[in-house]
Design a protein around this ligand. Structure first.
Ligand code: ADP
Length: 401
């Protein structure tokens, strides 16, 4: 039983979901985690895991994030651990868009809420539920510091030549059009963990980090600071993703809308029906891998497009960095898909980038090298942990007062 406050409750509130995790930072251990899905629909689903025990409830009435929070608190009371035994030093909130205003995690105040509200046009699907999560958590834990941790913050170090799009001044100055980048919490955590795996100070290393999940992004990190990232104004740019295409010719918008497509249908197609889904019918990278193994032409093409795009970004960022110590794979596909890793970096021996076939397929959940010993550029797999990073950052903000 803990009496000193060493725990952070991490909250990730989406449009119809609420994810939570109780992390004890003294032991860097997750004590419980859970998910309320289908908020506002006809019967929500609650999953709560405490230790090895997983509890699920279906068809639970849940009209709002407030109801979802109440369900989570009930789950803690019923299935443990009792929150009273684990005093919170902070509640850490994932907030997707901090615009140019937030380059670091920040204590939640009325002023922060006003600024995040002003930023809603930049992230209309994400910032409103993130704000809702903050509002409810403040009501439930009025005496606990609340900290906002922004997906965009790690990328605020990107220099102007890399974040500026060559578009009209009014777009840039009046409408906020520029590269912001996302997945920053993961890129920050993984680049620090990669430097530790290399046994070198973060200040000494140049890294390309490849976060390959349902969403996917690459970042170039020098001395622990991000200097470029593949997601842009929105999370559509860059790598091929589950349902998003990544890089496109911007002329496509005019062409398709002149042909009669509405802006809403264009947006929906690029967010929900493109990427692996558009190429194969499935947004799941595992299905693509199975299709490649079975010799299916669509899957082989999709894998080829995905791996080639990753390779182009590795090359571009190695030049942007002016040198490269390691390529780092993370997130669902990056951590688990050896074939995708091998194909993405195939043929780069000339640049010192080699994937060792045995190390690549060796099963492991730990941070590991998949390049041969002594290779000029290390290739690493580093499991990401965005919740732990949010908890750590929230604790640092509280400690700093
Ligand atoms: P997110 O957090 O963005 O929703 P994840 O990081 O969980 O996503 O990654 C999801 C992706 O990882 C999916 O495309 C899934 O197919 C892929 N993935 C997960 N496990 C494996 C595996 N064993 N082999 C190949 N791909 C995998």
């Amino acid at each position: 039983m803990t009496t000193e406050a060493t725990c952070v409750l991490v909250i990730n509130a989406g449009s119809s979901s609420l994810k939570y995790q109780l992390i004890d930072l003294a032991a860097e251990r997750t004590l419980a985690s859970g998910l309320v899905e289908r908020i506002g629909e006809n019967g929500a689903i609650l999953t709560h895991t405490c230790g090895d025990e997983r509890h699920a409830a279906r068809d639970v009435p849940c009209a709002s994030h407030q109801d979802a929070f109440a369900l989570a608190l009930d789950a803690f009371a019923t299935h443990g651990p009792a929150l009273a035994d684990h005093p919170l030093l902070a509640v850490g909130h994932r907030v997707v868009h901090g615009g140019t205003r937030f380059s670091a995690p920040t204590l939640v105040t009325d002023e922060l809420i006003a600024v995040v509200t002003e930023l809603i046009p930049l992230a209309p699907l994400h910032n409103p539920p993130n704000l809702e999560g903050i509002k409810v958590a403040r009501e439930v834990f009025p005496d606990t510091p609340q900290v906002a941790v922004f997906d965009t913050a790690f990328h605020q170090s990107i220099p102007d030549h890399a974040y500026t799009y060559a578009v009209p001044r009014t777009w840039r100055e009046d409408l906020g059009v520029r590269r912001y980048g996302f997945h920053g919490t993961s890129h920050a955590y993984v680049s620090r963990a990669a430097a530790a795996a290399l046994d070198r100070p973060a200040a000494d290393v140049k890294l390309v980090v490849l976060h390959l999940g349902n969403g996917a992004s690459a970042s170039a990190v020098a001395s622990g600071r991000c200097i470029d990232t593949s997601m842009g104004m929105t999370p559509l740019e860059g790598l091929v993703m589950g349902t998003r295409p990544g890089d496109l010719d911007p002329g496509l918008a005019g062409y398709l809308m002149t042909a009669g497509l509405s802006p809403q249908d264009y947006d929906r197609a690029l967010n929900k029906e493109s990427g692996l889904k558009g190429l194969t019918g499935s947004n799941d990278n595992r299905d693509v891998g199975a299709g490649v193994a079975a010799g299916e032409p669509d899957a082989i093409l999709a894998r080829g497009v995905t791996a080639y795009r990753i390779k182009k970004y590795v090359g571009a960022y190695a030049f942007a960095l002016g040198g490269l110590d390691a390529v780092v794979f993370t997130a669902g596909a990056g951590e688990n898909d050896a074939a995708l890793r091998a194909q993405s970096l195939a043929g780069l021996e000339h640049f010192g980038i080699v994937v060792d076939p045995d190390r690549n397929v060796a099963p492991s959940r730990a941070a590991r090298f998949i390049s041969p010993d002594g290779a000029p550029v290390a290739v690493l797999v580093v499991p990401t942990d965005e919740e732990l990073e949010i908890a750590r950052q929230a604790a640092q903000v509280v400690a700093a007062g």
